[in-house]
Design a protein around this ligand. Structure first.
Ligand SMILES: *[C@@H]1O[C@H](CO)[C@@H](O)[C@H](O)[C@H]1NC(C)=O
Length: 384
């Protein structure tokens, strides 16, 4: 018969192993994060996004399925109702916007800083800025401007545009509002080799959040990504404990569900995050006194505040008006018309459950986008 003998050495080993496991769990289990209750796939019939837009207009069941789901932010339900059935609502913010403080752009002294959010058609826009804008001087950029940024200095020998094509990514790949405000002036001193007082005209493009989110997924699925982009906030690098990467080497062929299920996916409410001052809500810190809702509210409010301070922003879906507003704002003309971006990516085939579930990952962006749409309209009115 086997008698189990008490072995002090083994017990100690077990004890140490148990402690190690507990430590590991402490690291692995997130402090604060949100587990989304996703709708399970019922019918795997896939349609284009435009199909779902049509359906939700006339089908009340689908409309309720989308808008009555549980969101983090209390105002998200209303935002989606307004987005999908706009004719039933009036603008909330008419006449309530702050006036732009920066005016009278001078291309020989001032600097345009392009805050380039991923997948909004920003590369095309960046191309317009260096190739199609009548500036009174040429950029003399080589063909491969994507790999070799071309400073495109003005007549005074200064850099007038801080963007990918002109200076690369000195503040980090697709740097956000927070990173740029901590970095641009320092980098401009280095680039120009002088310290001088500069006025920075921040600009950005925003895009329909559903299309943008799908487009980012598409981008990931093809194996492209910005994973090497190092996030910074409050003068510090953001570590893996706070933002855990979605994948290790590549994420080729990831499904939309995998994409949505990645806990720290930076695509989630990307536009809000990239336009907000993140230092106001403890950056990305997982262990923080901010609740998830408080952080969401802070980011949303800050992004709405900040977008009003941008002397110019455009909407990807409104190319013509975007061009007009840019020309009016900066007193410069393009020698070419902006064309509407034909977006094949929007033709992604998605199932009903995916269509419903996506909304949970863009709820703040949707609120920001509606707000930005009203602000855009107001600025257009004032510019005519
Ligand atoms: C409306 O949407 C619901 C939920 O998606 C679906 O089950 C139903 O078949 C739709 N009705 C019509 C008339 O298409």
């Amino acid at each position: 018969m086997n008698v189990i003998k008490w072995d002090p050495k083994k017990t100690l080993q077990l004890f140490i192993a148990a402690i190690a496991v507990i430590c590991l769990l402490y690291i692995v289990i997130p402090g604060k994060s949100r587990k989304h209750q996703l709708v399970k796939p019922k019918y795997k019939v896939r349609h284009k996004l435009s199909y779902w837009h049509e359906q939700i207009l006339k089908n009340d069941t689908l409309f309720r399925l989308v808008t009555d789901q549980e969101f983090l932010h209390p105002k998200s339900q209303d935002a989606f109702k307004k987005y999908f059935r706009p004719s039933k609502y009036v603008d909330d913010n008419r006449g309530k916007f702050k006036a732009i403080a920066l005016k009278d752009f001078n291309i020989n002294e001032d600097v345009i800083v392009y805050l380039h959010i991923q997948k909004v058609g920003g590369t095309v826009f960046n191309g317009h800025l260096i190739n199609d804008l009548d500036k009174g001087f040429d950029c003399h950029c080589t063909k491969h401007v994507v790999m070799n940024p071309c400073h495109c200095k003005n007549k005074a020998g200064n850099i007038w545009l801080f963007s990918w094509f002109t200076v690369g990514w000195p503040c980090g790949l697709h740097a956000d509002w927070t990173m740029m405000h901590e970095c641009v002036d320092k980098e401009m001193n280095k680039l120009e080799g002088i310290k001088r007082h500069r006025r920075y005209f921040y600009i950005a493009l925003l895009r329909d959040p559903i299309s943008r989110y799908l487009s980012e997924w598409q981008h990931q699925r093809l194996g492209q990504h910005w994973e090497e982009a190092k996030l910074k906030c409050g003068g510090q690098s953001v570590g893996k404990f706070d933002v855990y990467p979605c994948f290790q080497e590549h994420w080729k062929e990831c499904t939309l569900n995998e994409f949505m299920n990645c806990r720290d996916n930076l695509a989630t409410n990307r536009q809000t995050r990239m336009l907000a001052d993140l230092t106001l809500s403890d950056c990305y810190k997982r262990r923080t006194q901010f609740t998830l809702l408080e952080r969401a509210e802070s980011r949303l409010k800050s992004s709405m505040d900040n977008i009003q301070t941008l002397p110019f922003f455009g909407l990807t879906e409104r190319q013509t008006e975007t061009q007009h507003l840019f020309e009016k704002t900066f007193g410069l003309k393009f020698n070419k018309r902006f064309e509407s971006l034909n977006d094949n990516e929007e033709e992604d085939m998605i199932s009903e459950d995916e269509f419903v579930n996506i909304m949970k990952f863009i709820e703040l962006d949707m609120q920001l986008y509606l707000f930005a749409g009203e602000l855009f309209k107001e600025r257009l009115r004032q510019s005519i």
